[in-house]
Design a protein around this ligand. Structure first.
Ligand code: RRO
Length: 311
């Protein structure tokens, strides 16, 4: 028997898998499906202060090795997720994560204040990396703005919280981002990675972009981003010794979950494959991971977490 349990931000997860924010989590019906699945937890769609319809469709398209999306932050508004969090049954073995993605620091401040005032045992994750709102650059690529946001939000939160990061592609950027994160004791974890921003998918026959928003530019996810995701998980695992990393990107089977843990992930989220396969994906991938661990003689995630060997 293998133990797939883990902990993030001081809360226990019966197993390491859950949804990537954005997939199967916008409405209470979606979230019910997550509750009923074999996942170890669940996270809500990134919220803004006001409800949003998001970008025009088509805005998500599966690709041969992943997906492209420019959803544009469709969500029900933070009050909806606050009501959900208030009504959540915390005797459930699955802890609840809430994703917040204000369109400004003032919005993030308002939402954090409201959740803190409600004194709920859910974990807050601030999304610093939405790539798809026209005219709004990703906060995670502006080190000064990110530090300023943490300087404002951490004193409001005063409890363990997480941030969702964009992929970084340069060692200097891993160093700079990690130096900022290490200044904040309550920043308990980072989630790596959000989609690889501003890819372009074109139909060969019709010579037309596959999604409508932003002239076809959108975030890439799924198997094609696995190696970028693993690098970001490992880079932050090495640089944030007192914090945890949630890995996301490129999971299609137990094998990629195993690789994320080897790179240093304490939990692993599934986006594109959940969108394509539905919530039954969790039972399948948990079984595959168990089989891999049994074959390799590992009985817990700690046996191999972060233990990738280098040459
Ligand atoms: O809604 C989106 O377009 C979206 C968001 Br907020 C995000 O963080 N990542 C993504 O790929 N899409």
């Amino acid at each position: 028997m293998v133990d797939l349990s883990t902990s993030i931000a001081g809360v226990h997860l019966p197993n390491l898998l859950f949804n990537a924010s954005g997939v199967c989590c916008q409405t209470t019906d979606d979230l019910k499906q997550m509750q009923d699945s074999a996942s170890g937890s669940l996270i809500t769609k990134s919220a803004t202060c006001a409800q949003r319809e998001g970008n025009p469709s088509p805005r998500y398209v599966p690709l041969p090795t992943g997906s492209i999306n420019s959803m544009g932050l469709p969500n029900e508004g933070y009050q909806y997720y606050l009501d959900y969090a208030k009504s959540y049954d915390y005797s459930s073995p699955k802890p609840l994560f809430i994703s917040l993605s204000g369109l400004s620091l003032a919005e993030n401040k308002t939402m954090c204040e409201a959740f803190v005032a409600a004194k709920l045992p859910c974990v807050l994750e601030i999304n610093f990396s939405c790539p798809n709102v026209p005219g709004k650059p990703q906060l995670g690529y502006d080190m000064e703005a990110m530090e300023a946001a943490l300087n404002t939000l951490a004193p409001i939160l005063r409890q363990p919280f997480g941030i969702k990061l964009p992929p970084y592609f340069d060692i200097a950027h891993f160093d700079a981002a990690a130096a900022i994160f290490n200044k904040f004791d309550d920043l308990a974890y980072v989630t790596c990675i959000n989609s690889v921003g501003n890819g372009l998918a074109i139909d060969f026959e019709t010579e037309t972009a596959l999604i409508k928003p932003k002239d076809g530019f959108g975030g890439l996810g799924g198997f094609m981003v696995l190696n970028t995701a693993l690098a970001n998980v490992n880079a932050f695992h090495r640089r944030l010794p007192t914090k945890k990393v949630i890995g996301v990107g490129g999971v299609t089977s137990g094998k990629e979950v195993f690789l994320h843990v080897l790179a240093g992930a304490s939990a692993v989220q599934i986006g594109t494959t959940l969108k394509e396969e539905g919530p039954a994906v969790f039972a399948r991938i948990l079984k595959e991971l168990e089989e891999i661990m049994e074959k390799k003689g590992y009985t817990s995630l700690e046996d191999f977490r972060g233990k990738v060997k280098t040459l």
